[in-house]
Ligand binder design. Structure first.
Ligand SMILES: CC(C)(COP(=O)(O)OP(=O)(O)OC[C@H]1O[C@@H](n2cnc3c(N)ncnc32)[C@H](O)[C@@H]1OP(=O)(O)O)[C@@H](O)C(=O)NCCC(=O)NCCS
Length: 204
């Protein structure tokens, strides 16, 4: 006789493990330790890193980042999704969301995709999934992004999905020995829901 195995229930709390989110172009899922080499290959170019906080420069560095990320998620302070285009099995980018105050009411997100995927629609597809997750599941009220004012692509991407500029954070990002100005771009939960209805975004 075959013993019946108990079926482990799927996690219902994101702190126990992130769900996979499926869009038109990609699936977003939790990072895995085995993603480190792909993340290094996809994200360590000068053009990707030019306007963002320094990222790891070795596979071991990305392994430590993934480890840290999983611990922070378990503590309920940070989530990081890997972006896997349909038809691929390794990530080509990441989206991070971290709480700026206890309870995640105000959060900051950041994202990076390999430059081969810029301008393909992958950003919009993934950003909608992450924003839906942040507002609907994590209960974020205000989602902030800091974008270097010289980062035309990053700002164009934020503007396109409905983020609103609020002000300049003078000399707030140190890059290559130089302090750069950043702008604060925000989306409120009520704005996102209104945009979603107006544009007929699919709610996941
Ligand atoms: C930020 C990022 C994920 C956006 O993805 P993307 O695929 O490049 O974004 P999209 O092409 O969908 O959107 C960018 C928009 O900015 C526009 N744009 C590009 N260069 C621009 C510039 N110099 N000035 C103004 N707008 C610009 C593009 O035309 C596009 O708008 P459109 O789709 O209406 O034509 C990607 O560029 C990236 O990984 N950059 C490096 C990491 C980074 O800087 N992250 C922080 C962002 S704040």
């Amino acid at each position: 006789m075959i013993a019946e195995r108990p079926i482990a229930p799927a996690p219902t709390d994101w702190r126990d493990g992130l769900p996979a989110l499926t869009g038109a172009m990609a699936t977003l899922r939790e990072l895995r330790p085995s993603d480190a080499p792909a993340l290094l290959a996809m994200l360590s170019s000068e053009e990707v890193m030019r306007f963002i906080s320094p990222a790891p420069v070795t596979v071991q560095g990305f392994e430590r980042f993934i480890d840290w990320s999983l611990r922070e998620r378990a503590q309920g302070t940070h989530v990081c999704f890997a972006v896997i285009p349909h038809g691929m099995d390794a990530p080509v980018g990441i989206f991070q969301v971290r709480q700026l105050q206890p309870g995640f009411a105000t959060a900051e997100w950041g994202f990076a995709l390999a430059s081969a995927f810029w301008g393909t629609g992958l950003f919009t597809d993934a950003a909608r999934l992450v924003a839906d997750f942040a507002f609907d599941v994590v209960d974020v009220h205000r989602l902030e992004a800091r974008a270097a004012v010289l980062n035309g692509r990053g700002i164009g991407a934020l503007r396109k999905i409905g983020a609103v500029p609020e002000g300049i954070l003078r000399k707030s990002l140190l890059r290559n020995g130089e302090y750069l100005d950043q702008a604060l771009w925000t989306i409120l939960d009520e704005d996102w829901r209104a945009l979603r209805i107006a544009s007929g975004f699919k709610v996941h």
